[in-house]
Design a protein around this ligand. Structure first.
Ligand SMILES: *Cc1c(COP(=O)(O)O)cnc(C)c1O
Length: 234
């Protein structure tokens, strides 16, 4: 294990804990996800050896290539899909992940439900919401999110377990814009939880290397950190 990785993780964990303390939240209420896209199996293995257990990938082929190997040797780790997902790739990614965070349209839900039923798998999902102006992915309107929740409610014996929401803040240095984007997601969560009390919509996946402290102050429960952990992507 690289000592460096351990130190990097400790430093990030300290910043996470400080943000939690600052906002009056309890320690341990945020999960640190290592976003390992573009990084090698060896780099991921060193993160696992340093104690990380939650990983995120955004491309199906890359995720399959790397994690079908890694999971055999590391039974305790889990992987989430965080990138835009085509319907014809659902079947391939499903066996490998415990959660799909990037559900951004209803036809994708239908395919996940179909494949999950076929393989008898219960799959967590998050609804990705476009809360900024320039993001390309995610539901663009809260009413579409509610409609998607309705869709899952109407499945007879759903294999899909809606578990919350995911967003990416706009790429900017303007802290106000970033904060308001995260706040939007929290507001949608509150509304959705009131409307769909039979779901446990507690997860808020928001915050990346450059903005995870703001996200935690706004209620994030999962921060998705790539660059700050592994360095710049090639
Ligand atoms: C790449 C990526 C991240 C990590 O971004 P960093 O700025 O490297 O921390 C987080 N979330 C998603 C959806 C990503 O695609």
């Amino acid at each position: 294990m690289s000592l460096n990785m351990k130190e990097t993780i400790n430093a990030i964990q300290t910043r996470i804990n400080n943000a939690l303390t600052r906002s009056g939240r309890s320690p341990g209420s945020v999960a640190l996800m290592a976003v390992s896209k573009f990084h090698t199996v060896n780099e991921i293995q060193s993160a696992i050896d340093a104690g990380l257990t939650l990983f995120g990938e955004n491309r199906v082929q890359e995720a399959c290539d790397k994690f079908s190997v890694l999971e055999l040797d590391n039974p305790g780790i889990s992987l989430h899909m965080i990138g835009s997902l085509q319907r014809n790739k659902v079947k391939a990614i499903l066996p490998l992940v415990s959660c799909i965070q990037s559900v951004d349209r209803i036809e994708l839900l239908d395919e996940i439900q179909k494949q999950a039923v076929k393989t008898n798998k219960i799959i967590d999902i998050l609804f990705e919401v476009n809360t900024g102006e320039e993001s390309k992915s995610g539901f663009t309107d809260e009413n579409l999110v509610f409609k998607a929740l309705e869709t899952v409610s109407n499945y007879t014996s759903s294999n899909i377990r809606p578990h919350g929401f995911m967003t990416m803040a706009p790429f900017t240095k303007d802290e106000k814009l970033i904060r308001s984007s995260f706040r939007k997601l929290t507001q949608i969560q509150k509304k959705a939880q009131d409307m769909f009390p039979h779901f446990n919509l507690t997860e808020l996946s928001m915050g990346m290397s450059n903005d995870f402290e703001i996200a935690i102050e706004e209620g994030s429960t999962i921060v998705r950190v790539g660059t700050a952990l592994f360095g710049a992507r090639q």
